[in-house]
Design a protein around this ligand. Sequence first.
Ligand SMILES: Cc1cc2nc3c(=O)[nH]c(=O)nc-3n(C[C@H](O)[C@H](O)[C@H](O)COP(=O)(O)OP(=O)(O)OC[C@H]3O[C@@H](n4cnc5c(N)ncnc54)[C@H](O)[C@@H]3O)c2cc1C
Length: 503
Amino acid sequence: MNVGQKGISSIAIIGGGTAGWMAAAVLAKALVAQGIAITVVESDTIGTVGVGEATIPPIRDMNTLLGIDEDAFVRATGATFKLGISFENWRARGHSYFHPFGRFGADIGSLPFHSYWQALRATDPASAGPLTSYSLTAMAAAAGKFCRPSPDPRNPLSNLSYAFHFDAGRYAQYLRSLAEAGGVVRREGRIVDVGMTDAGFIRDVMIESGKRVAADFFIDCSGFHGLLIEGAIKTGYEDWSQWLPCDSAIAMPTARAADPAPFTRSIAEEAGWQWRIPLQHRMGNGHVFASAFTTNDNAERVLRSSVTGVPLAEARLLRFTAGRRRKAWNKNVLAIGLAGGFLEPLESTSIHLVQSALTRLLALFPDRAFAPADIAYFNRATATEYERIRDFLIMHYHVTERDDTVFWRYVRTMTVPDTLAERLELYRSRGRFFPEALDLFLEPSWIAVMEGQGLRPTGVDPMAMAATDQLSALLPRMHQTISRTVERMPTHAAFIGQALTAK
Ligand SMILES: Cc1cc2nc3c(=O)[nH]c(=O)nc-3n(C[C@H](O)[C@H](O)[C@H](O)COP(=O)(O)OP(=O)(O)OC[C@H]3O[C@@H](n4cnc5c(N)ncnc54)[C@H](O)[C@@H]3O)c2cc1C
């Protein structure tokens, strides 16, 4: 550090939901040993949103970073394993497709696997079969099977990729125990006042008891309240509801009625969609909907009439606006979690956005000068990351054959962001897709959803067409290898049973 540069000596994390305790656990691991004091302020009376229960594979990197034993984690959080998402009624009523984690097929030549598959589909569709027949993850999900990937790259099981479904309350509790063991101090109480400096930085927050908590750096994890980032320093919000009009959800857990499936279900409805998230001990259910196109009562009726199992709690209504804070980091406040923005849980991305914000924070950890260039980079990268996910979500609604309700006619014909329109045109032309920096969802995910939603290229990559002679023999062999591997895998229920009894 340069002479005169002053380091951060204290951090206050405002909020103890999933975002707050994830931040506390990660920062405790990285910073407490350097003498930085970390405090979490949360209010039991305000409570948490408590519904984020489906994740994507990078969560396992977070577990590794925190030194978490996965079996212990599965036991403590009521977790099940997730291999992807089944999208039902999205392209058309009665149609379904699967968005699996991980890759399709194996390397063949210089082109991505899907180009060869498209070439074979154009010339010999019976041999090509569906794209998911080349995904070990999709095939395992369809068979209700699960095991962990093989570390041996020659083993087909090395292509298996997975995440978790877990109980949000137990997850926050689990992270809290790690964070407190790592030296984080928790303060209970509702924040009723915020102290500012003349330069507009946050100096401290006051809890209703009158006690003040001061810090050099504040992480706003106060959820939709945005207590500091919006309430105190008025950062502004970029509203994306013209593209993502769903602004409400009704959540209602039910008792477990069957063995948990190793995937999330997303079922399109007249003005939104429903989720089904299977846990060990219960089923998470919810109906995400656009209040401009249906009523709360109707949305609740749809949810209640389709769940299986006895309701375990009252149905709970949540409201939100798709979009992001204009600056995730403003002065000495960084907003993480729902305080930073919201993208509906269609692809289970919110918890991941917490994780990636924390990774970026550690790469750009400030001193008390809060260097503007570092903060500007953080904000630009965060905005791009959000926008790329936003485009992926919009695609689910926009690329559809559905036109049976006002909602579907709106999303199907709306003008989409240029960044998405370009990607769709590129695919429509010769079935090509190229990743961009800060893409969370890579080629296999985009292809799975574009194909699943019914987007068909009008042509095929000419270089792949030149290889079709070999493909008619090669691709069916790949599919057989995957099928045989899946046959030998244990069922998901049996695998969870092993994880629960492991000591
Ligand atoms: C319907 C729905 C479904 C979702 N599903 C998924 C999913 O499947 N997967 C996924 O990744 N994400 C999902 N999410 C998002 C996920 O729930 C959140 O990203 C995650 O829970 C983080 O929330 P949070 O910690 O930012 O906010 P919250 O859980 O709201 O926590 C806010 C905290 O701030 C505290 N607080 C607020 N105001 C004050 C105050 N004045 N004084 C003191 N404390 C205060 C509260 O007490 C609480 O501790 C979903 C969200 C919604 C709305």
